[in-house]
Unconditional design. Structure first.
Length: 179
C-alpha cells in the first residue's frame, strides 16, 4: 500500500505548502493549473501511477476537480481500480464500499465546486465587459508582446523581471512562454 498525494493550485505563483501538510506520503503529484478539465500533467501521471491498495490523499474536493462530472468519474474510476480516495478537508474517505451518505456528500460538495467555478467565470466575463466599456481591456497576449517577452526571458531575465521591464503582468509573461 502506497500513500499518494495529489496537490493542485490554480497558478504558478500560488503556494502548495498548506495542502496535505502533516500527512505522511510516499509519492506526491503537483499541478499548478486550473481544474477546468482533467488534462493536467501531474493528475494524468498520478492516475497512471496508482495501483490497487493505494490511498490517494487530496486536500479538498475542489483540488481534484471543479466539475461534478469529472469528480465523479475520477473517484469512481479510482475506487473501481481498488484505489481508496481520501479528501482531508471534507473528511470523506471512499473505498468502494457502499456508503450512501458519503456518496451524497461527494455529489453535493462536487456540485458546490462546479457552481463556484461557474460564478468565477461569470464574474470574469462581467469584469471583461466593464473593462471593454472603459476602453482598458486589451485581450490576450499580442504577438509582438509575446516575441519581446520570449526574447527578454531568453536573454536570462526572470519572468518577474521581464514583466516589470515590459510593463506587463506576470501571468502575461507566463502565457507567452507557455504558447
Amino acid at each position: 500500500m502506497t500513500d499518494v498525494g495529489y496537490i493542485r493550485v490554480s497558478s504558478t505563483d500560488q503556494n502548495t505548502a498548506r495542502q496535505l501538510e502533516g500527512v505522511a506520503l510516499d509519492e506526491v503529484f503537483t499541478d499548478k493549473m486550473s481544474a477546468a478539465n482533467t488534462e493536467r500533467p501531474a493528475l494524468q501521471e498520478m492516475l497512471r501511477h496508482v495501483r490497487k491498495g493505494d490511498v490517494l490523499h487530496v486536500h479538498s474536493i475542489d483540488r481534484l476537480a471543479r466539475s461534478l462530472e469529472d469528480l465523479l468519474a475520477l473517484v469512481k474510476g479510482l475506487i473501481g481500480r481498488g484505489v481508496a480516495v481520501s479528501f482531508h478537508k471534507e473528511q470523506l474517505h471512499f473505498t468502494g464500499e457502499a456508503n450512501p451518505m458519503q456518496e451524497l456528500m461527494l455529489g453535493l460538495l462536487g456540485s458546490v465546486a462546479q457552481f463556484e467555478r461557474a460564478l468565477i467565470r461569470e464574474r470574469q466575463a462581467e469584469g471583461i465587459a466593464k473593462a471593454k466599456e472603459r476602453g482598458v481591456y486589451r485581450g490576450g497576449v499580442k504577438t509582438t508582446n509575446a516575441d519581446a517577452i520570449r526574447s527578454h526571458v531568453a536573454n536570462g531575465s526572470s519572468y518577474r523581471d521581464t514583466a516589470k521591464a515590459l510593463g506587463v503582468s506576470l501571468s502575461t509573461v507566463q502565457r507567452a512562454m507557455k504558447d
